[in-house]
Design a protein around this ligand. Structure first.
Ligand SMILES: NC(=O)C1=CN([C@@H]2O[C@H](COP(=O)(O)OP(=O)(O)OC[C@H]3O[C@@H](n4cnc5c(N)ncnc54)[C@H](O)[C@@H]3O)[C@@H](O)[C@H]2O)C=CC1
Ligand SMILES: CCCCC/C=C\C=C\C(=O)C/C=C\C/C=C\CCCC(=O)O
Length: 265
């Protein structure tokens, strides 16, 4: 049970963020939902208030790419709930045309959210510790050719999470930091594979994406939410990347020694 725990989920208005919010509420937590989509977020809050009661959920409008908006909303959340125990950096987009926006949201937004949460949670600052979950992707472990910048941001999220987790352990912050790596999930993001305004120069590679979707069949948000909950609850897991596929969830084993091929120079 997560009764008494306070969680923050970015990109919570729909898709995976909505399913994480739902499972956190089902398990007793209070959830601050953050999203740029004000109408969607407000509508979801009304639904969740009816289902779980008032005071369990609060929606906040903010763009994770904006330092000002993210910091402001973070402070409002701490003022309302008193503290934060669980922080999920989930907001993300696919936009190979406006690739700088993709980096700003998918990577800079995750770094920003993680540092805000860490500063609040870490024991050195009087915090109680906690857990940060960064939503990466299978595309953070292997390349998605139709989305090179998306792939880069997700590799970045996995690398950042692993390095910061080691830093947190070495410094005794008391904060666990893990990455969640789903394969294709049935949300509106999936539609971007067919949209030229999202795929840009790589629109011709739709058939490759299609064959990857056959290799890694689309899964449902509920399955990813169960894996998310596992990361929240298992206090032994830190610095991990949890892959979620149609066959189940599995921790990625990163090689201790890199496999290389020597060349003569
Ligand atoms: N759907 C999929 O196949 C997979 C998705 N993911 C990742 O899961 C995360 C969630 O994606 P989905 O739920 O599929 O997408 P989605 O498009 O259904 O939901 C994303 C949510 O993030 C919000 N958002 C977008 N930009 C934002 C910003 N700048 N600030 C705050 N909120 C913002 C949107 O308004 C939306 O509510 C993303 O990081 C995505 O990369 C990872 C693996 C697979
Ligand atoms: C512009 C392309 C859009 C792609 C479809 C939309 C959303 C995808 C979101 C993801 O996060 C991708 C999920 C899985 C990636 C799949 C394969 C990567 C290859 C991994 C490997 O070969 O090991």
């Amino acid at each position: 049970m997560l009764k008494g725990k306070v969680a923050v989920v970015s990109g919570a208005a729909q898709g995976l963020g909505k399913s994480f919010t739902h499972i956190l509420l089902e398990n007793g937590a209070q959830v601050a939902m953050l999203d740029v989509d004000e109408a969607g977020g407000q509508e979801l809050q009304v639904q969740l208030n009816q289902q779980f009661g008032l005071e369990r959920t609060q929606f906040y409008k903010a763009d994770v790419a904006s330092e000002l908006q993210f910091t402001d909303v973070f402070q409002k959340i701490v003022s309302k709930f008193g503290h934060i125990d669980i922080f999920c950096n989930n907001a993300g987009i696919v936009d190979e045309k406006n690739w700088e926006k993709t980096v700003s949201i998918n990577l800079s937004g995750v770094v920003r959210g993680t540092y805000l949460a860490l500063d609040h949670m870490k024991k050195q600052n009087g915090g109680k510790g906690g857990i940060i979950i960064n939503v990466a992707s299978l595309a953070g472990l292997g390349p998605l050719p139709s989305a090179p910048v998306y792939t880069a941001t997700k590799f970045g999220v996995v690398g950042f999470t692993r390095a910061l987790s080691m830093a947190s352990q070495a410094s005794g912050y008391g904060v666990r930091i893990n990455a969640l790596c789903p394969s294709f999930v049935r949300t509106s993001l999936i539609d971007s594979f067919n949209q030229k305004e999202k795929t840009g120069n790589f629109h011709n590679l739709a058939a490759i994406t299609q064959s990857l979707m056959e290799k890694f069949p689309i899964i449902e948000v509920e399955q990813v939410a169960k894996a998310f909950l596992h990361l929240v609850k298992d206090e032994c897991v830190d610095g991990a990347a949890l892959l979620v596929k149609n066959t189940g969830a599995e921790y990625v084993i990163f090689p201790k020694d890199m496999e290389t091929t020597p060349i003569s120079i």
